[in-house]
Design a protein around this ligand. Structure first.
Ligand SMILES: C[S@@+](CC[C@H](N)C(=O)[O-])C[C@H]1O[C@@H](n2cnc3c(N)ncnc32)[C@H](O)[C@@H]1O
Length: 238
């Protein structure tokens, strides 16, 4: 999606229904996924003093994922409508409107934890843009810090389809599951969501981190995902 497509997709009506439709609904295991992610985020933020959530959306995870109350939090997103919800839910938190592909010198080396939740990385126009996002997440994480990025699992999209369990809103656009589309009930189409293979995602982080762990989420008929946690950002990243 181009930045204009992102802003027009994530408009006021979408922002208002977003949490109910994607975070709280039991359909397709989405509520269970949210619970798992809140648990992981609370663990990751328990010892951290600062957290940047990139593509923070309505700010739900920043509000509910804090492992201790004194952590300094910040959110970045392109959509003014999503940010308006995030500000309302997180008084006192810094929110910045902008494109996560753009450089942001004031964020460099600043955050103990940097996250990007619910597949925002897949809304890019090309894999080169996904790589640039990973570069930004790395730059904005302080040396020794952690990036947490739940990633799509394209191989499991293919097996869900073979078993006839793929959610009807999803259509695979490539036989290996690395491109797919999502049709919203209101007719909006996320046309070409990118899901590079898990090992490709791991390789994007490996040069800059001491370890990269990939843990598949439990099986569900929804969107198959794995938790990617890159720990120990190296002092020099290239
Ligand atoms: C599926 S929502 C995820 C929101 C939030 N991370 C969550 O888990 O609830 C995708 C979000 O990514 C944001 N987004 C997409 N492309 C972006 C970009 N290039 N820069 C900043 N935000 C972007 C959208 O505005 C939207 O809020």
């Amino acid at each position: 999606m181009t930045p204009d497509q992102v802003r027009s997709t994530y408009d006021e009506a979408y922002a208002r229904r977003y949490d109910a439709a994607f975070l709280h609904t039991p359909q397709y295991g989405f509520r269970e996924k949210t619970r798992i992610e809140l648990f992981l985020l609370r663990m990751l933020t328990m010892q951290a003093d600062s957290w940047l959530d990139v593509a923070c959306g309505t700010g739900f995870f920043l509000r509910h994922g804090r492992g201790h109350p004194d952590i300094t939090c910040a959110g970045l997103d392109l959509s003014p409508a999503m940010l308006a919800m995030a500000r309302e839910a997180n008084p006192g938190t810094l929110f910045v409107e902008g494109d996560f592909l753009a450089p942001r010198p004031e964020f460099e080396g600043r955050f103990a934890l940097t996250t990007c939740m619910w597949g925002a990385y897949g809304l890019q126009e090309s894999v080169a843009h996904v790589e640039r996002l990973v570069e930004r997440l790395t730059q904005w994480t302080r040396p020794g810090g952690t990036v947490f990025l739940p990633v799509f699992d394209p191989a499991r999209f293919v097996s869900l389809q073979a078993e006839g369990r793929l959610m009807p809103e999803v259509t695979l656009r490539s036989p290996d599951g690395t491109r797919w589309s999502f049709l919203e009930p209101d007719g909006k189409l996320h046309e070409d969501v990118l899901a590079p293979p898990l090992e490709v995602m791991r390789a994007m982080f490996e040069p800059a981190f001491d370890s990269v762990e990939l843990s598949p989420y439990p099986d569900s008929p929804g969107i198959p995902m794995a938790a990617l946690t890159a720990r120990g950002r190296r002092e020099r990243t290239r």
